[in-house]
Design a protein around this ligand. Structure first.
Ligand SMILES: Cc1cc2nc3c(=O)[nH]c(=O)nc-3n(C[C@H](O)[C@H](O)[C@H](O)COP(=O)(O)O)c2cc1C
Length: 244
């Protein structure tokens, strides 16, 4: 297996970090990797904000529902979907176009692709990290905290640093469930997902010494129902997205 594939298949979210700082030249390369991602129509509709201020970190950790790794990680990056730049510098545009659902999807996807590239670059340096979607608990508060102009919203944060210890990987769905040929054939999915549910249950029992014994379906449903975030719709609109 080549080195790139080893990195790509080594996914595990890291939430505990050593005190070692990330070398500035490595961070620079990580951000460059993010920038050199494919971008819808060459739009480059994302902005990354490096959050260094400790008070801001504490506020973000709180907004995210109390996630200490936001404070403790050496680097915390906020990935924002950004149509502000486009609306400001692409002269004579019909401004409506920046508030439609298509440009919202474009900017959100751009931010996500950039983030994944940054994450892989970090992993290639032996760093680890975790995405923090919990920041969407209060998009409005974050927009204020980070002085985000209209047509910019925070999609998620990302903690990065040198990992403490090794941890088991979370099992993924069987490949046949997520990879189809020609049509959406789900005839084998139910049996495969039942099997997978048991695999995840065993994984949780082992990892938590029996404290958690959820299947994959049970665990995901709990998470979803705990935080359905219906209010994201209004927060996104308040930033000027999806109005037209
Ligand atoms: C967009 C996104 C948002 C996430 N948000 C959080 C989060 O707020 N807190 C957290 O601890 N993990 C978060 N995660 C990490 C996922 O829980 C994790 O990737 C998933 O459970 C699979 O585990 P693994 O990354 O260890 O393989 C997020 C991941 C993604 C891709």
């Amino acid at each position: 297996m080549n080195e790139t594939m080893k990195v790509l298949l080594s996914q595990r979210s890291i939430r505990k970090f050593t005190k070692q700082e990330i070398e500035p030249e490595k961070l620079h390369e990580i951000i460059s990797a993010a920038q050199w991602t494919a971008t819808s129509s060459y739009f480059q509709t994302f902005t990354i904000i490096n959050i260094k201020d400790t008070e801001k970190r504490a506020a973000i950790a709180e907004i995210a529902g109390g996630q200490p790794w936001v404070v403790n990680c050496p680097v915390f990056l906020m990935f924002c979907a950004d149509l502000h730049r486009a609306a400001k510098y692409w002269k004579d545009a019909d401004k409506k176009v920046f508030s439609n659902h298509e440009t919202f999807v474009v900017a959100t996807v751009d931010a996500a692709l950039a983030a994944q590239k940054a994450y892989i670059a970090a992993q290639s340096f032996g760093l680890g990290g975790v995405f923090v979607g919990g920041i969407r608990n209060d998009i409005g508060a974050l927009c204020e905290l980070l002085k985000l102009p209209k047509l910019v919203y925070p999609v998620f944060g990302m903690c990065l640093g040198y990992p403490v210890g090794e941890q088991a990987q979370r099992p993924r769905l069987p490949l046949d469930v997520i990879f189809k040929t020609d049509i959406y054939d789900e005839s084998k999915d139910e049996a495969l997902i039942n099997e997978y549910d048991q695999e995840v249950k065993e994984y949780y029992i082992k990892r938590t010494s029996g404290k958690i014994d959820d299947t994959w379906s049970e665990r995901c449903l709990k998470t979803l129902m705990e935080k359905p975030r219906y209010e994201v719709k209004d927060a996104i609109k308040a930033q000027g997205f999806t109005l037209t």
